[in-house]
Write a protein that binds this ligand. Structure first.
Ligand code: SF4
Length: 497
């Protein structure tokens, strides 16, 4: 059994030669950079909680390949119970960190690769599934962090991959060798890749018949030659570099997942790490598998994040003397109602899962897409209520240095303080936390992570069985199967059938 400790995770990252750029500058070691530290800290929690007896049941499980105890973040879902445990794990981690803990993209990408490689082998006589199982055993036995890389830059959205002016707008194979392939392109919005051990590359869309070079799924070490991370800006990111933690918001764990652009500048991938190579007709299914699992997740992780936000909003109400007001209580109830609705759908999607041909377990697609669709609204709605209750000081509060400058500190404290019992800096920290976890970066992530709202609506229409619903309606209206002998006015007589 190998369950990395948080310290081992950090040390294993330090050993990697990751090529990364932050703020336009090359970074020697990502583990030593303050912009990445909160995101590493968050992932470290996923490792830490697996060693905590109170959470072992949720954070660990048994490998179906080796029978060994493994981290749940390296597991292939075997049952509805597994899927439910995953959602519970996400809520726990959301409650512990108040942010995105990054490992779920890789987890769902691994599950998509596992399921699709089996189906490709069945249809095409390839040996991808065996390769993937061997790769997975290494991930499980070393408890590695795998970042999923799906979203291509896409260039001109009106054109398919093969029609782009620049063929690199979608990751593709530029050379096929006896012992592997060379890939080129980039993936955007890559969550956690910069502090991962491995990058699992999946196609970002369904590919057409003439797009075999774009039908590529493969695993690349994060420090492989040619892999370059360019870290994205986040709301208020320069505050991380100011050194004062009171003014940042969530200084220990940061805001969302530390997303980066990851460039594949002619990266060689040996055959044993290639899990799809040209099988275009399986690309849509692989993308679908990933997206469906990942969309259900949001009821768990955002549920945990919202718990912390609701807590911060309630605590701020106490500080500001409004907690007993019935309108404040009602708005807190509304926040909880919105939050529990999405969590309940995520649990429902997991409880109503079904078996895939490879034997792993898929969530209910209709419910999973509904979860994510609701997240694109409810995270904004919960944030709006939090802003409403917290007040305008979130947007106008002077910075932490103003509370330290002896020339003005007295005034700033005096006019921010509520009363003698309350520590003014507690109010400041709560306000800053709310400001950050409801920031643009967080909201946009809730809108577009795991696919933009319209992507869910397309699946919902496909899954919604409108034909069946029409028949149901006509049967209810015109049906004649009432309990015999009951006089129902307006019902059609038997003869009318
Ligand atoms: Fe996991 Fe949620 Fe972050 Fe996705 S957004 S990686 S599900 S914590």
């Amino acid at each position: 059994m190998t369950l990395k400790t948080p310290e081992q995770y950090v040390e294993s990252l330090r050993a990697l030669e990751i090529r990364a750029y932050i703020g336009g500058e090359r970074v020697e070691k990502v583990v030593d950079h303050p912009a990445i530290a909160p995101h590493i800290n968050t992932v470290a929690k996923t490792y830490e909680l697996a060693h905590d007896p109170a959470h072992r049941d949720v954070m660990t499980t048994t490998s179906h390949l080796t029978g060994e105890t493994i981290h749940r973040y390296t597991h292939i879902f075997q049952s509805n119970e597994d899927l439910i445990k995953k959602i519970e794990m996400l809520r726990l981690l959301g409650q512990t960190t108040g942010t995105c803990f990054q490992r779920c993209v890789g987890l769902d990408a691994m599950n998509a690769c596992y399921a699709s490689s089996y189906e490709i082998d069945q249809a095409e006589g390839t040996d991808y599934h065996e390769r993937f199982k061997n790769y997975l055993k290494k991930i499980q036995s070393s408890d590695l962090m795998v970042a999923g890389a799906m979203t291509d830059p896409k260039g001109d959205r009106s054109r398919k991959p093969s029609q782009q002016d620049d063929p690199d707008q979608y990751v593709h194979v530029v050379e096929r060798r006896e012992d592997g392939v060379v890939i080129r392109g980039a993936k955007l919005h890559n969550t956690g890749g910069i502090n991962s051990h491995e990058i699992l590359v999946l196609p970002g869309a369904q590919m057409g018949e003439n797009e075999a070079d774009y039908a590529i799924a493969c695993a690349v070490p994060a420090d492989a030659e040619g892999v370059v991370f360019i870290f994205g800006r986040q709301s208020n990111d320069s505050r991380k570099l100011e050194g004062g933690c009171q003014d940042y918001g969530n200084p220990r764990f940061g805001v969302v997942g530390g997303e980066a652009m990851v460039v594949f500048d002619d990266v060689f991938v040996p055959n044993e790490r290639v899990f799809m190579n040209g099988e275009v007709k399986h690309t849509g299914r692989m993308v679908d598998y990933f997206a469906t699992w990942h969309r259900a997740n949001y009821g768990g992780c955002k549920g945990g994040n919202a718990d912390v936000l609701i807590g911060a909003t309630a605590a701020l109400s106490f500080h500001q003397g409004t907690a007993k007001n019935s309108i404040v209580k009602d708005k807190l109830i509304e926040m909880m109602h919105l939050n529990e609705s999405t969590y309940a759908s995520a649990i429902g999607a997991s409880a109503m899962g079904h078996k895939l041909p490879c034997g792993s377990q898929m969530v209910n697609p209709m419910m999973a897409n509904t979860v994510k669709q609701n997240i694109t609204r409810n995270v904004y709605a919960i944030g709006r209520l939090s802003h409403d209750l917290a007040g305008g000081f979130l947007a106008t509060l002077p910075d932490a240095k103003s509370f330290e400058n002896p020339e003005i500190a007295e005034w700033v404290k005096k006019y921010t303080k509520i009363n003698e019992e309350q520590d003014v800096m507690e109010r400041v920290k709560l306000g800053r936390f709310i400001e950050n976890v409801t920031s643009v970066t967080t909201l946009v992530e809730a809108m577009h992570g795991a696919g933009s709202p319209q992507a869910q609506r397309i699946v919902m229409l496909r899954q919604g069985e409108v034909d069946k619903k029409m028949k149901m309606a006509l049967k209810v209206i015109n049906g004649t199967d009432d309990v015999p002998g009951l006089p129902i006015r307006g019902a059609l007589p038997k003869a009318a059938e």
